[in-house]
Design a protein around this ligand. Sequence first.
Ligand SMILES: Nc1ncnc2c1ncn2[C@@H]1O[C@H](COP(=O)(O)OP(=O)(O)O)[C@@H](O)[C@H]1O
Ligand SMILES: O=C(CO)[C@@H](O)[C@H](O)COP(=O)(O)O
Length: 470
Amino acid sequence: MWVQALDTILERMKALGFDFSQVLALSGAGQQHGSVYWKTGASQVLTNLSPDLLLHKQLQACFSIKDSPVWMDSSTTAQCRQLEAAVGGAQALSSLTGSRAYERFTGNQIAKIYQQNPEAYSHTERISLVSSFAASLFLGSYSPIDYSDGSGMNLLQIQDKVWSQACLSACAPHLEEKLGSPVPSCSVVGAISSYYVQRYGFPPGCKVVAFTGDNPASLAGMRLEEGDIAVSLGTSDTLFLWLQEPMPALEGHIFCNPVDPQHYMALLCFKNGSLMREKIRDESASCSWSDFSEALRSTEMGNGGNLGFYFDIMEITPEIIGRHRFSAENLKVSAFPGDVEIRALIEGQFMAKRIHAEGLGYRVMPKTKILATGGASHNKDILQVLADVFGAPVYVIDTANSACVGSAYRAFHGLAAGTDLPFSEVVKLAPNPRLAATPSSGASQVYEALLPQYAKLEQRILAQTRGPPE
Ligand SMILES: Nc1ncnc2c1ncn2[C@@H]1O[C@H](COP(=O)(O)OP(=O)(O)O)[C@@H](O)[C@H]1O
Ligand SMILES: O=C(CO)[C@@H](O)[C@H](O)COP(=O)(O)O
């Protein structure tokens, strides 16, 4: 399906008269964690593609596993526990690879395939991620996995950028030779295959820059820089952080940075995002975003010390469910007046984001920018609270297709390969995000006092939910 999709795109571009001869470099992104299993002998086919035939006709018999596992597959809990046990526990695995064991992460998916289908595994000569698979199609040979997408496998030592021998051997035998060596994300992995030169008219020297995961490519597309944070306020809320000194934990993911090999990025997901905001809007603001905004404007920063936790569905970060409200005296209360409820929800959501980001090593810096995207980023009163809680200016960007834009930027950066030109320099003429909110005066004093309070209450709820330690 994926190969045929590439055929379809290229054929349509050709039919539309796209001038492939102008393409000097290309890169791309693939959904993180998915994997592709090339059958023994496939590399021969890949290097001898006939320009007279579509790719999918030629590559039909090249895969040892027909259905590639993708990120929605969470059937590998047993393999996750085995992997954590093999390296000394969940935190040890996270310290090594940037994440505790996650079902969708590729090492655990490979382990399951090896355990359940050893024959198919033994007939596999190469395992690609979705990203390096797509790059391989353009190269006409196996593309290496890049450090950034490789960090979503539970196999790469994110500090040393080498496969962890302990993790490899806990997952499957001979895995290192099937994965190949990982490379820096901004590497030029080769020139485009002659197939594309002859069939579509790409120039022969067209550079292929290592493909990466969709989230790292989005970070590049949003042009995040050191100290910046991207907040996507969609159905769920997602944070991307640029980190210099990562502190891998039991929640969230640390990946090698896709545009700066010395640095890192982190990803945190909060499930109770817009749907929770909508519920409180309906209950306390007559189903109206403008009444909701009015409530934010009419209440003070810090909400008079009233704090709330609103998780109607089990939250991921942290694992809490239910609504929990506390008065300024830290006493549990069952309800707040409507406008206090609304401010408690929004302040609570953003304080949680700051606390959990800092838990992974993130620090707000004087030059920090917050880039807000997603549905709720249209609400400037919500963005004002975001600016106040983080003490940093908030900018809005239209991130439609940010992973694609990021791939184009990364390809462009590839043209400067070997010159040490930083990514930020190469993309400095790209359109800038729009300033939407700046911190109100006095905000930092208010939230410096409130953030530890919120963190303490969160721990209290967690302890009550989990019960006493065994
Ligand atoms: N003015 C607004 N204020 C707050 N939230 C809003 C506003 N307009 C839209 N939204 C929220 O945006 C959400 C959709 O965001 P979007 O980024 O399109 O989601 P996704 O891409 O995850 O489907 C809706 O659930 C809605 O609650
Ligand atoms: O698993 C993760 C990140 O760890 C997901 O963010 C996937 O990368 C999402 O891919 P799409 O569904 O957006 O293609």
